[in-house]
Ligand binder design. Structure first.
Ligand code: ADP
Ligand code: MG
Length: 271
């Protein structure tokens, strides 16, 4: 067993709302090894985004532990995490590329911003890092002067990915990274993410309500229901022979799903 890059133990989060407390996470444990891909699935409201935000330290936990490279990061208050040495190593890509990009920043500035904040790169070295990351994410350097509203959904998603990889993280947290994209554009973005993981050795926590995507992208899958882990396993086994009724129901809801279908992305042109 490889030592974990990320290990989460018995994480609990309760939100105070006007209607009373909402227990979003009721004791979630998971581990991701370096270079590994873990899929997080579950119906809407099951706690997927809360788990990813917790791991990226955008939210504070009510209880539990988060260890990154053996160090406890769960106790660092979310508002102080930007000063942590681990801030650079854990990057998140959000669901909606339009919402997550500053409309007043050019594509170049969107990508340069975290690099300036989290690395010592400046001047020409900074410019080269931005261009390299954009090209790595499949965004031609010629588009870097454009603003978000001058780019397509797929291109904006690629800025979100370029911005995350530009600081050379070791863990990429992807919260429904293609949910806002047209189906025809999704395949290209998914292929890019798969390539980044294989070629750069990035570990990936991949959140999706689309089980087919998780089955193709992730070595292991974890199923959340009502803020608890109900099932976890090697994706191939979990999708072929789910152990819980909840997972079987999720699988039954996928159109044309046949247990035991082979993994791997079908060849489609990049978007
Ligand atoms: P998912 O991403 O799986 O759809 P979430 O993690 O977003 O689920 O939400 C889990 C639960 O926590 C839901 O019941 C949701 O309504 C609640 N929740 C999430 N964020 C907040 C918040 N900021 N305030 C109050 N309740 C929240
Ligand atoms: Mg969500």
């Amino acid at each position: 067993m490889q030592p974990s890059l990320l290990s989460v133990e018995d994480l609990k989060v309760t939100f105070a709302t006007r209607r009373g407390p909402v227990e979003a996470l009721r004791g979630v444990s998971l581990a991701v090894a370096a270079g590994e891909s873990l899929g997080l699935v579950g119906e809407s409201g099951s706690g997927k985004s809360t788990t990813s935000r917790m791991i990226c330290r955008l939210l504070d936990a009510s209880a539990g532990q988060i260890l990154f490279e053996g160090e406890s990061i769960g106790t660092i208050p979310a508002r102080d995490f930007h000063r942590s040495a681990h801030r650079r190593a854990i990057q998140i890509v959000f669901q909606d590329p339009t919402d997550s990009l500053n409309p007043r920043f050019s594509a170049f500035d969107c990508i340069a911003h975290p690099v300036k904040r989290l690395t010592p790169l400046r001047g020409e070295a900074l410019r080269l890092r931005v261009i390299e990351s954009a090209e790595r994410a499949g965004l031609p350097a010629a588009l870097l002067d454009r603003f978000p509203h001058q780019l397509s959904g797929g291109q904006k998603a690629r800025i979100g990915i370029a911005r995350a990889i530009a600081v050379k993280p070791r863990l990429l947290v992807l919260d429904e990274p293609t949910a806002a994209l047209d189906v025809s554009v999704q395949a290209g973005v998914l292929r890019l993410l798969d390539d980044l993981r294989r070629e750069d050795g990035l570990a990936v926590l991949f959140v999706s309500h689309d089980l087919n995507v998780v089955r193709m992208m992730c070595e292991r899958t974890l199923v959340l229901q009502g803020g608890r882990v109900v099932e976890e396993g090697v994706s191939r086994d979990l999708f072929r022979a789910p152990r819980t009724a909840y997972t079987r129901e999720l699988l039954a809801a996928i159109p044309h799903f046949r247990p035991g279908q082979p993994r791997g992305l079908a060849a489609e042109p990049a978007a």
